[in-house]
Design a protein around this ligand. Structure first.
Ligand code: FES
Length: 216
């Protein structure tokens, strides 16, 4: 198996700048929207994660191999690439950009704002995010607010209860993460939509319910 450095095409003693530059380039080259494959793209992401989290190249290689091994042996579930709505303005991106996730993958965002997680079968998207250590916004968990709303850019999310979203928002791919269960192997979602202007009136005060994004 190639080392993470080989996957990115850099020397084992490459500095952070070279590694980040190589990661951005390889992320563009291997992204499924640009003619690459999902496996290649995930391998590039795993390589970058292994390198930046490892203390030494050897340690990084070990982590990388273990990471891939875990990936190959993992339980069935939905693999979700997520992006925080709040970073779009900072980068001049639009939620309608066809290459939004390609740009996000190459932007060096932190794991709070961009990354991948797995939602287990029968888990809601919000439950999967929380189990993975994320603090995504919510309030009622009952389909009566838009605090937990996400935009589904790829894949399917069922909607057990929805008392709040208009037909237009639903047609646009907006769903409630608190009671939505993934129905596809892969998903891409933009989370933290609560501050979208057309959802602002649909929010509930979150501080009574939520430990996430206090003051929502
Ligand atoms: S938290 Fe209110 S509908 Fe999901």
């Amino acid at each position: 198996m190639d080392s993470p450095f080989a996957v990115l095409g850099v020397d084992a003693d490459a500095d952070q700048t070279a590694i980040r530059r190589a990661y951005r380039q390889r992320a563009k080259e291997t992204h499924p929207d640009r003619g690459g494959s999902d496996d290649e793209f995930k391998a590039v992401q795993a390589a970058y994660d292994a390198i930046i989290s490892g203390d030494t190249p050897d340690r990084a290689t070990t982590d990388f191999v273990e990471n891939i091994s875990r990936t190959e042996q993992r339980e069935p579930g939905t693999h979700v690439t997520y992006l925080n709505y709040e970073v779009l303005d900072d980068h001049g991106w639009s939620i309608d950009d066809d290459d939004l996730f390609t740009k996000a993958a190459a932007a060096g965002l932190n794991e709070t704002d961009y990354g991948r997680l797995t939602v287990d079968p029968n888990e809601t998207l919000l439950e999967g995010a929380e189990r993975s250590g994320h603090a995504w916004p919510y309030a009622c968990r009952g389909g009566a607010c838009a605090n937990c709303a996400v935009a589904v850019c790829e894949g399917e999310l069922s909607q057990l209860v929805d008392h709040i979203l208009s037909d237009d928002l639903t047609a646009e791919g907006i769903r409630l993460s608190c009671n939505g269960t993934p129905q596809s192997d892969e998903m891409r979602v933009v989370f933290n939509l609560k501050n979208r202007p057309d959802l602002a009136d649909l929010k509930l005060p979150g501080d009574r319910f939520s430990n996430a994004y206090a003051g929502d």
